[in-house]
Every structure is written in C-alpha cells, then in structure tokens.
Design a protein around this ligand. Structure first.
Ligand code: UD1
Ligand code: CA
Length: 450
C-alpha cells in the first residue's frame, strides 16, 4: 500500500519563548522536524507534505534541506489540527493510499509503531496511536469499547469521568487519504477551543459505521516538545538511548554520560570513545578506532584503527583512511587523509588531499582561503612536512618530498625534493650580550627618572 505523510508543523510553540519556530529547535543535532520526517521516512512514503505556519519560510528551508522531495504547504491561520491537515489536500489530490499524520514536535515515534498502525488499517478504517499516560494531564482521552475506538475527547471538553481515563491520544493518525479528507470536511469547531479538531474524525467515522481502533505504544515515543525544559528532557532521553545502543554495538565508553551523539552517529565495534566527546551530524566511525577525550566530530568518516585526539576537531568532509593519527589541537576540514598518515599537533588541514604514510609536523597550516576563494592543497605519499610549514594553496607537494620547518610554501614541490622557503639565518657574535646590557641600562635610567 502506498503511503503519504502529513506532518503538522504550523503551531507557534508559544511556550518555547523563542524567535525560532518550535519545530526548528535542535535535538541530537537536527531540528525536531527532521526527527519526525525521519521516523515517517521509514515507511518509504510516496509523498511527504509538511504543513508550516509560524516561521514558514524557515521551516520550508529546513525541511527541503533535509529532503528536497517533500512538499511544504502553508497554514496561514492556526485554526486547529484538522484545519492544518486539510492544507495537505491539494498536494495529495492525485494520491491514492494511506495517509499518516504526524506532529512536527513529536520526535520519537518509532518506525515499528508506524508499521503496526498501517498493519491495523487492514482491518479498520481509522487507526489512532494511543498510550497509557503516567500523568494524562491535558492530553486528549481515547474512549474505547473493546477493541473499538468510539471517539476522542479533548481535555478541555471532557467530563470528570472522561478525564479519569488514562489511555491518551498521541496525535498520530493513519487513515485512507481520501477518507481522511472526506471526514475532515465534516469537522466543525463547536468545542471549548473553537478549533477544528482532527481527533473528531473518529466519532465522524463511527457515525458512518466505519471502524476505528487504537494502536498503543510506550509513552516515551509520543513525547511532544512544548517547552525548553521538555526539549532538554527529550535530549537526555535521546542520549540515553544512543549510549545504550552504542554499548550493545560493542563500543567502549568509560564515561558514557559525557559522550554526546547526533541523530545519525554510527560507531563500529571495539571503538573506544573517551570522556567528553561530541558528535555532530553525519559521523561514521569504523571498528577499532579510538576517539580520545574532548574531541568534536561532525560530517566526517573515521576508518578502522585511527586515533583521534585528545582535543581534536574533525569538520565536515574529513575522510580518514585506516590507522590515521590526528592529535591534539588539530582541525581537519574537507580533507582526505591517507592510510597511516599522522597530523599530530596544532595544525589546520582544510581543503586538502594527503597521501598515505605522510607526516605533518606541528603547527602546519594549509592556507586555503585567500579572503574570497578556497583553494586545494595536495600532499603525496610518504611526505615529511616540517613543523610550522605554511602551505599556501593551491599547492602540490610530490610524493616523498620534504619541507623545511618554518617554510612558507607558495610553489609546487617535485617528488623527492626538499623545499626550503624561509629567511637565511644571520648570526652576530657577542651581540646578544651587548643588547642585554643596553636594555638593562635603559631600564635603570627609567627607574631613576620615575
Ligand atoms: C493534540 C491532540 C490531543 C493529543 C495531543 C498530543 C487535537 C485536537 N488534539 O493536542 O488529542 O493528546 O495533541 O500531543 O488534535 N498544529 C498546526 N496547526 C494548527 C494547530 C496545530 O500545525 O492549527 C500542529 C502543531 O504545530 C503541533 C500539532 O499540530 O505540531 C499539535 O498541535 P497542538 O496545538 O500542540 O495540539 P494539542 O493541543 O497538544
Ligand atoms: Ca501539543
């Protein structure tokens, strides 16, 4: 069965107290919205429609940056969840299949749960995702009879008796797309909030003798973010799960609470992650690597047997082959580093290709930016770059070449050549002693004068 996703993301998120639309607040390195998009993407939807409203331009940009194939529609006035879902109608005009409605501020719905919902659609017309709430607070309550769902009542509209129900509405809906829009057409706003409630589709379906049911999941899955405190709790929950998964995958972390993962971090077996390591989005680390303390990695790949840090920074486009060493206070950006190559101390390698078996001395800088454009540095195999070499890009260092310490390399170096590009040393015998005497005398005169 074909699937279409409708992700509601128009709400203001007043309680975030922020200029940034709520769904763009980051969780595990990416906007909340991207988490919802990701869980929905597991169903391999034919179409994804995101309903934006507050900060629509920014929401559109972020959504398209994550997946350029999605459609973003705008709900100019927030009249309720049914009204929001209705905004997807045009985009799904020619779509035949199942529609799944997700909330952009609800990041943890698992793919397996969505599959269970589509499964339940085989025998029911409307499927709602519910959960047993520890504290049902202001959630909508699910009124069931046996396996059947009769209706959903919003907290504001519920009687005392209904409020005592602990089976709550997560907001996720699965329903044939045409039926969904048909039911939405019949929804009114005669309720305590004067809003068009998507939840009303259940009673409307039942009135037409259609069937509705509930699929339940763990409360943790339906956690919706409304405040910054909840965002922090969600982050903690995400990190706890990511650490547990890393342990199961055979990763060693002596201080797991200090290791921070992104939504898509992949770490191989027998890799050691020391304390205080942060992963931004897009990192893969192969097996048997070592990420030493206080390192920051983002958009990079670390191959088997490599050792990173302590205090290293790998930025987007850093591609490290096997057995590479990246040491303290080294930054690597958009650079391929060949097998067994070492950049051990205080260096910046950006927009570069380094061969294998090369050694880069302390304080080396690829001068990649001329103030307007970026330029490439190529360093071959088995090269020795002397400490404090400035490589002014574009520049090409041949295999097995050497640069002398302190060189400013502005032209290409032939394979096997030694490049010396520094001022000649001048020596003046006895001059240091004289200079000291002169300076001391001057200081003494100054002190007497004052
Ligand atoms: C909704 C459900 C409630 C459920 C709860 C779970 C309805 C009527 N109620 O209530 O049963 O227990 O979620 O968290 O559906 N949105 C729009 N446009 C609008 C209104 C909302 O895009 O006009 C979006 C919001 O951005 C948000 C989502 O829909 O992502 C839910 O809206 P919200 O106002 O938070 O619904 P709740 O009152 O929490
Ligand atoms: Ca909410």
């Amino acid at each position: 069965m074909k699937t279409a996703l409708i992700i509601l993301a128009a709400g203001k998120g007043t309680r975030m107290n922020s200029d940034l639309p709520k769904v763009l607040h980051p969780l595990a390195g990416v906007p909340l919205l991207v988490h919802a998009m990701q869980s929905g993407a597991s169903l391999d939807p034919e179409k994804t429609v995101i309903v934006a409203g507050h900060g629509a331009a920014e929401v559109r940009k972020a959504a398209l940056a994550h997946d350029a194939t999605v459609t973003v529609t705008e709900q100019t006035e927030q009249l309720g969840t049914a009204h929001a879902a209705a905004q997807a109608r045009d985009a799904l005009q020619d779509f035949d299949g199942t529609a799944i409605v997700l909330f952009g501020d609800t990041p943890f719905v698992r793919p397996e749960t969505l599959e269970q919902m589509t499964e339940a659609l085989r025998s029911h017309d409307v499927v709602i995702l519910g959960f047993e709430a520890d504290d049902p607070a202001r959630y909508g309550r699910l009124i069931t009879r046996g396996d059947d769902l009769e209706r959903i009542v919003e907290f504001k509209d519920a009687t005392e008796e209904e409020r005592a129900i602990t089976l709550c509405n997560s907001g996720v809906v699965a329903c044939d797309a045409r039926l969904l829009f048909d039911l939405i057409d019949a929804i009114g706003n005669d309720n305590a909030s004067a809003e068009y409630y998507l939840t009303d589709i259940v009673s409307l379906a039942r009135a037409r003798d259609l069937s509705a049911t509930v699929v339940t999941c763990d409360e943790a899955e339906t956690l919706g973010i409304n405040t910054r405190a909840e965002l922090a709790q969600a982050e903690a929950a995400f990190q706890a799960r990511a650490r547990a998964t890393a342990f199961e995958d055979g990763v060693t972390m002596p201080a797991p609470d200090t290791v921070h993962f992104a939504f898509d971090t992949v770490v191989g077996r027998d890799t050691v992650i020391e304390p205080n390591v942060v992963f931004g989005p897009g990192v893969t680390v192969e097996s048997g690597a070592q990420i030493r303390a206080f390192s920051h990695l983002e958009g990079c790949h670390v191959s088997r047997g490599s050792v990173i840090g302590p205090y290293a920074r790998l930025r987007p486009g850093a591609e490290l082959s096997e057995d590479v060493r990246i040491g303290n206070f080294v930054e690597i950006k958009n650079a391929q580093i060949g097998q067994g190559t070492k950049v051990n101390h205080l260096s910046y390698i950006g927009d570069a290709t380094l061969g294998s078996g090369t050694n880069v001395g302390a304080g080396t800088v690829t001068c990649n930016y001329d103030g307007v454009m970026k330029h490439h540095t190529h360093i071959g195999d088995n090269v020795f770059i002397g400490s404090d070499t400035m490589l002014v890009a574009p520049v090409h260092i041949g295999d097995a070449a050497m640069t002398a310490s302190g060189s400013v390399i502005t032209s290409d170096v032939e394979p096997g050549a030694l490049a010396l590009a520094r001022a000649h040393q001048v020596e003046k015998p006895g001059m240091a002693v004289k200079l000291f005497e002169m300076l001391k005398a001057k200081k003494a005169r100054n002190q007497r004068g004052s």
